[in-house]
Design a protein around this ligand. Structure first.
Ligand SMILES: C[S@@+](CC[C@H](N)C(=O)[O-])C[C@H]1O[C@@H](n2cnc3c(N)ncnc32)[C@H](O)[C@@H]1O
Length: 476
């Protein structure tokens, strides 16, 4: 139990606190208690066993969020950090502990938020690579012009306004780092400036981002995506509306990286939101689609399509999903939230037929092309909202024997759960990137006549709090 360290029961916003951290919450922050324990503080940058100084930056009635400013007494578990950039908060924990905590969090979520137990808790699958495993990095630009040197890196902390420069991103490969360096060098040489909502002085809130005074586009993000198995990168520059010498940008990248550049793209976006989705995209050089291989599959990925960010671990993740699906070659399978169809195409050789649904039309086009390229003839893909398309799919395809779902972090709506249960598959394989939404979804399925049989965490994101897992539910 943590102890109060001379603090009031409900600290003030901006107050500096000394905190004893006793556990890690979902989302990766340390948990500490103030005063008699009634006020809980979620502390970024702290791990269990730490005593830290931290500043409260968000406050609710019974809890708040703080940022560590100093570690006063390190936890005995702490190890030396190796990366000097954000996005790897758990690097101070030995890898085995990271895995242990993730495993515990999955089962705790299922028990606490879903009342689920009595299922087989299968060994977590550890990460193959603990560093340099991401095939996609989204960097932000900051500075330039009167704002000082232009940098391309990460926001110093979640929601922070400042972008911290980065020299070597240890989540990206060396090739990915070289691509970022080459892009930044060109942007600096051109004298371009960043559009940064937090820093644009005098900009009215909510005003769509504007070009610089000279009409040139201002820099927002750089997205570097890599085909891990093909050894090539796709570089996409995201800017405000405005002018740029796109040909020169593409040439600068190919000068440095040669044939390892698969494609160079430029997206102009006037979106007020800090998002890399949307806008007008132009192909500057190479191909629009990134070639990648996954297991036996030869794939092409559209810039707007989702692809698992850890290619090597995606193969293991799909291996678990495939084992849980228990196919014997005759089954009708649905792959809901199918992205570019990677799960469907992996399962197809062992199924009768596979039907995939995905919201992003470009991803569906990639899935259809992927089936053709890999000579897989028993898959069917449709663009649609899983929330609305299920009944129509059942009418068209017939009832599924197995349903695989792999939704975004928000999980499945009650309606989708209802539609799946109504379709009555024998097995539901749930690939989840968020155990706190898997838990209530699985509980609803259990209440509707399914039994939770097996759960296996898969570590796709070492050095971060993110945890993926696969769950198998069977009709009783
Ligand atoms: C976690 S990804 C999984 C994709 C794929 N299964 C894979 O492993 O690459 C979730 C996918 O769901 C899609 N999606 C989000 N909301 C959706 C909806 N309402 N209906 C259908 N697809 C949706 C996203 O575009 C994304 O491709």
């Amino acid at each position: 139990m943590s102890e109060a360290v001379g603090q009031a029961r409900r600290p003030a916003l901006g107050e500096e606190l000394e905190l004893e951290v006793d556990s890690l919450a979902f989302g990766g922050e340390g948990v500490a208690r103030v005063g008699d324990g009634g006020f809980v503080v979620f502390v970024a940058g702290a791990i269990p066993g730490d005593r830290v100084r931290a500043v409260l930056h968000r406050r609710k009635r019974s809890y708040g969020h703080a940022r560590t400013t100093e570690v006063l007494r390190p936890s005995p578990e702490r190890i030396e950090p190796v990366a000097d950039h954000p996005g790897v908060a758990w690097q101070v924990l030995p890898y085995e502990r990271q895995l242990e905590i993730k495993e515990a969090q999955v089962h705790e979520a299922l028990a606490r938020l879903g009342g689920l137990e009595g299922y087989a808790r299968e060994e977590p699958v550890p990460a193959l690579e603990r560093w340099r495993y991401r095939n996609k990095l989204e960097y932000s630009f900051g500075g330039g012009g009167e704002e000082g040197e232009l940098v391309c890196g990460f926001h110093a902390a979640a929601g922070a306004k400042r972008v911290a420069a980065i020299s070597d991103c240890l989540l990206a490969s060396e090739l990915g780092n070289r691509a970022r360096e080459a892009a930044l060098a060109w942007c600096r040489a051109q004298g371009l400036t960043a559009w940064d909502r937090g820093r644009a002085p005098g900009e009215p809130r909510g005003r769509p981002p504007q070009p610089a005074a000279d009409g040139r586009a201002r820099l927002r993000n750089l997205i570097v995506r890599e085909g891990r198995r093909t050894g090539v990168v796709q570089v996409r520059l995201l800017t405000t509306p405005g002018e740029l010498d796109g040909g020169s940008f593409a040439a600068a990248l190919t000068d440095v990286l040669g044939e390892r550049v698969a494609g160079v793209l430029w997206t102009r976006s006037a979106s007020v939101a800090e998002t890399t989705v949307g806008g007008e995209t132009e192909l500057l050089a190479g191909e629009e689609l990134l070639p990648e291989r996954l297991g036996e599959l030869d794939l092409r990925i559209s810039p707007s399509a989702f692809f698992q960010t850890n290619t090597e671990m995606a193969e293991l993740l799909y291996g678990v999903a495939s084992e849980y699906a228990g196919l014997q070659s005759w089954e009708r399978v649905y792959d809901l939230y199918c992205g570019i169809g990677t799960i469907a195409l992996t399962l197809a050789p062992r199924a009768g037929e596979v039907w995939g649904i995905e919201l992003v039309a470009e991803a569906v086009a990639d899935a259809i092309a992927g089936a053709a390229r890999n000579e897989i003839g028993n898959t069917h893909f449709f663009a649609g909202d899983a929330r609305l398309a299920m009944r129509e799919l059942v009418e068209r395809a017939g009832r599924p024997d197995v349903v695989v779902v792999d939704p975004p972090r928000a999980g499945l709506s009650k309606k989708v759960v209802h539609r799946i249960v109504e379709a009555g598959p024998k097995r539901i394989v749930y690939v989840s990137c968020n155990p706190t939404t898997l838990a209530p979804n699985a509980a609803e399925m259990v209440a509707a006549g399914y039994a939770l049989q097996r759960v296996r965490p898969v570590d796709m994101f070492p050095q971060t709090h993110h945890v993926e897992c696969v769950a198998l539910l069977e009709r009783r």
